[in-house]
Design a protein around this ligand. Structure first.
Ligand SMILES: Cc1ncc(COP(=O)(O)O)c(C=O)c1O
Length: 412
């Protein structure tokens, strides 16, 4: 295994070739070529325990045989006909999602941002229906949230640094501090079309919202005529130990969005909205959204989660992982938080990058969620033995990265 300087210095693995791809991501210097279950291999044959999981997008592990067969069979049968025709995989997936959500109809998109864009259009339509002069054009979202990179979802995202080069963005997005009840009460009023929340702020640092905060949001929306829109792009499809994270809080949203884990590695997004909020003919569209192959892939994901008891496994392994990470009492760690198998380890300094690279050098993958938080989101099928191995590597990586960081700080 050859060591090279990482994207921002420090301990790193492998080497990056000259790329013709736009450098929108600061990439780790590793080219991955193969995956199976919780393991991925790089071009040099090194194996990694994948607790990054494609950023919470591989619920049933890499290349699960049932998923591979379903995708291959569908690809050999029917791949694309456009949404001018109905297809069996799309109809079946919509029925399954409505049954799991307990309400609504589905619009299929290709990504999380697109699913949220659909939700925001539904909110606008609902807001305009209030009538001339009393339109509800505002969306209340959270500071630190992440909802996507299209213009509207970027405006909804509560991270001003990401807005900087792209102004002017669509107007009407109000951001309040996450978990602040008084701020939410004050922000939701007769101009509010929707309140948009991630049950666990993922990119913003793996910050779970209290069930009672979600319940407050539900009550305010109901009382004041706004829609409760939950962005479950990262938390949905079993990631927190329930099909939807809103189940933990016992609230039902008006609209919920999914993406990441749904396709098990193929791009698909879904916006589920109450019957009365559904788009009508011509109001929204997507050429590829809900195509036969990603829908068949998503059906295989749902089947495997059910058949292999992966919600239960997610809860059990999630508890072991959180307990193991806490018991490490690693230097610089201020907390381990999250739900199910979406966990964040928070540090008191900007060491998430060095810790992730130190993990990589020890054969484990995880991701950064901001400069101070390491996000851990393995497949829901992860085993107890893999959890143990990861926890051991994490203790070692955190100690090494924090020691190097402290030494650098002392020397400068
Ligand atoms: C909560 C949430 N919403 C939306 C998105 C955007 O999804 P995509 O990258 O598929 O557009 C993400 C991606 O990280 C996300 O975590």
């Amino acid at each position: 295994m050859s060591l090279a300087a990482g994207p921002s210095g420090g301990e790193a693995v492998g080497a990056v070739a000259e790329s013709a791809v736009m450098p929108t991501y600061t990439r780790y210097p590793v080219t991955l070529v193969r995956g199976r279950g919780t393991t991925v291999w790089d071009a040099e044959g090194n194996a990694y325990l994948d607790f990054a999981g494609g950023i919470a997008a591989i619920p049933i592990g890499h290349s699960h045989p049932s998923w591979v067969n379903a995708v291959a069979e569908q690809a050999a049968t029917l791949t694309h006909v456009s949404n001018l025709f109905s297809t069996e995989p799309q109809e079946e997936l919509a029925r399954r999602l409505v049954s799991l959500a307990g309400f609504g109809r589905v619009f299929f998109a290709n990504s999380g941002a697109e699913a949220n864009e659909a939700a925001l259009k539904i909110a606008r339509k609902h807001g305009l229906a209030a009538g001339r002069g009393s339109e509800r054009l505002e969306v209340v979202a959270l500071q630190g949230s992440f909802h996507g990179r299209t213009f509207a979802t970027l405006a909804a995202t509560g991270q001003p640094a990401k807005h900087a080069q792209f102004a002017p963005l669509p107007e009407g997005f109000v951001h309040v501090p996450a978990g602040d009840r008084a701020a939410l009460e004050a922000a939701v009023g007769d101009r509010t079309a929707a309140v948009l929340l991630e049950p666990v702020l993922g990119e913003g640092g793996v910050i779970p919202l209290e069930p009672s905060y979600l319940a407050l949001a539900r009550r305010l929306c109901t009382e004041r005529g706004a829609l409760l829109v939950l962005d479950e792009v990262q938390t949905g499809v079993g990631r927190t130990g329930e099909w939807f994270a809103f189940r933990h809080a016992g609230v039902e949203p008006d609209v919920v969005t999914l993406a990441k884990g749904l396709g098990g590695g193929l791009p698909i997004g879904a916006c589920i909205a109450g019957e009365e909020l559904a788009f009508g003919p011509g109001e929204h569209a997507s050429t590829f959204g809900g195509g036969p192959v990603p829908c068949r892939a998503a059906l295989a994901v749902l089947d495997v989660i059910e058949r292999e008891g992966l919600l239960e496994n997610c809860r059990a392994r999630g508890e072991e992982l959180a307990a193991g990470l806490r018991a490490l009492d690693a230097p610089g760690v201020t907390g381990v938080r999250g739900a199910g198998l979406l966990l964040g380890v928070a540090f008191d300094g900007d060491v998430a990058g060095p810790v992730v690279r130190a993990l990589m050098a020890r054969g484990c993958l995880a991701t950064e969620a901001g400069p101070k938080v390491v996000r851990i989101s393995p497949p829901l099928s992860v085993s107890a033995e893999e959890v143990d191995r990861f926890v051991t590597a994490f203790g070692d990586a955190a100690a090494s990265a924090v020691a190097i960081n402290t030494k650098e700080e002392t020397e400068t």
